[in-house]
Design a protein around this ligand. Sequence first.
Ligand SMILES: *[C@@H]1O[C@H](CO)[C@@H](O)[C@H](O)[C@H]1NC(C)=O
Ligand SMILES: *[C@@H]1O[C@H](CO)[C@@H](O)[C@H](O)[C@H]1NC(C)=O
Ligand SMILES: *[C@@H]1O[C@H](CO)[C@@H](O)[C@H](O)[C@H]1NC(C)=O
Ligand SMILES: *[C@@H]1O[C@H](CO)[C@@H](O)[C@H](O)[C@H]1NC(C)=O
Length: 334
Amino acid sequence: MRCLLFLLLWGLPQIWRSSEVPQRNFPFRCLQISSFLNRSWARTDGLAWLGELQPFVWSNDSDTIRFLKPWSQGKFSDQQWEILQHLFWVYRSSFTRDIQEFVKMLQIAYPLEIQVSAGCEVHPGNTSESFFHIALQGRDILSFQGTSWVPAPYAPQWVKKISKQLNYDQGTKEAVQLLLNDTCPKFVRGLLETGRSELDKQVKPEAWLSSGPTPGSGHLLLVCHVSGFYPKPVWVMWMRGEQEQPGTQQGDVLPNADETWHLRVTLDVAAEEAAGLTCRVRHSSLGGQDIILYWEQSSASVGLIAGAILVSLLIGGGLLTFWFKKRCSYQDIL
Ligand SMILES: *[C@@H]1O[C@H](CO)[C@@H](O)[C@H](O)[C@H]1NC(C)=O
Ligand SMILES: *[C@@H]1O[C@H](CO)[C@@H](O)[C@H](O)[C@H]1NC(C)=O
Ligand SMILES: *[C@@H]1O[C@H](CO)[C@@H](O)[C@H](O)[C@H]1NC(C)=O
Ligand SMILES: *[C@@H]1O[C@H](CO)[C@@H](O)[C@H](O)[C@H]1NC(C)=O
């Protein structure tokens, strides 16, 4: 019986914790950004993400994809990579040419911004999912699904024409399927091995408190800054004791330049209720030891400054009365 109780007490927080930090996946996403300013000016830039890390970048100014990580080639041989690189190079130049042709044919107006997002995610048990989406001026217009091109539901009429035409091209469709179903998962499995230690790294956050711009008279905006952590999932909450404060506002988790993250979590409170509040940070790197920051500590400096001003006012006031009194008394004497 005691054993069961112990198991429950020990087991529950474990279950709770593990449900909070879900199983991590590392989707592989290639992003292509193509800008067409007019009929003669175009550029295409690309980059790729594996989970939160960026192993590749491809500038329009370069003929080759640049590796940003020592493990970027995964388990592909130089020759396999060479073939892939050539394929992408052909794709890039024919993409530009094809778009320029379509624009001429359909008399679409410049400038155009086209974004392509494609990639795959491998799952345990040798299964994978892949995706290929195309957006125009920031809106989805076309995607590759299963074995063919499918226009987005609200895409303009001419996209339907293009998609029909693309679907006649059996060769390209087969090539896309091979890339999505076979090459991509194979390559990503390799990357997950060669990049494992960096993908699985744990970097601890730093946290500090400050006060933001006063939200209204008699109110304080308490700001909890959390920065420098990896991976991205994090839990930050303003608390009173064990009570989560429902007014807690969580900002976006934003990237730092060094592949870590930061965010700001704020709470708008009546000034007299600020004392005793804490900011609590939970992150996988902390091994169950949450960071807890007390508002008193950081507000101490604010208090100190206010106190110092008050004291100097009092002393100043005291000196002034003293001087005044003295003067008066001298005057009385004189
Ligand atoms: C296209 O745009 C570029 C960059 O703004 C400009 O230098 C060039 O003259 C333009 N060409 C035409 C044909 O309008
Ligand atoms: C982008 O690359 C292509 C092919 O190398 C080149 O012809 C084009 O001028 C480049 N565009 C810009 C804006 O540099
Ligand atoms: C995974 O599946 C692919 C085909 O979908 C196959 O070529 C490969 O050998 C499989 N790998 C393993 C480890 O079963
Ligand atoms: C590729 O995968 C899709 C499902 O995602 C499937 O419908 C299609 O038949 C596959 N193609 C090949 C050539 O394996």
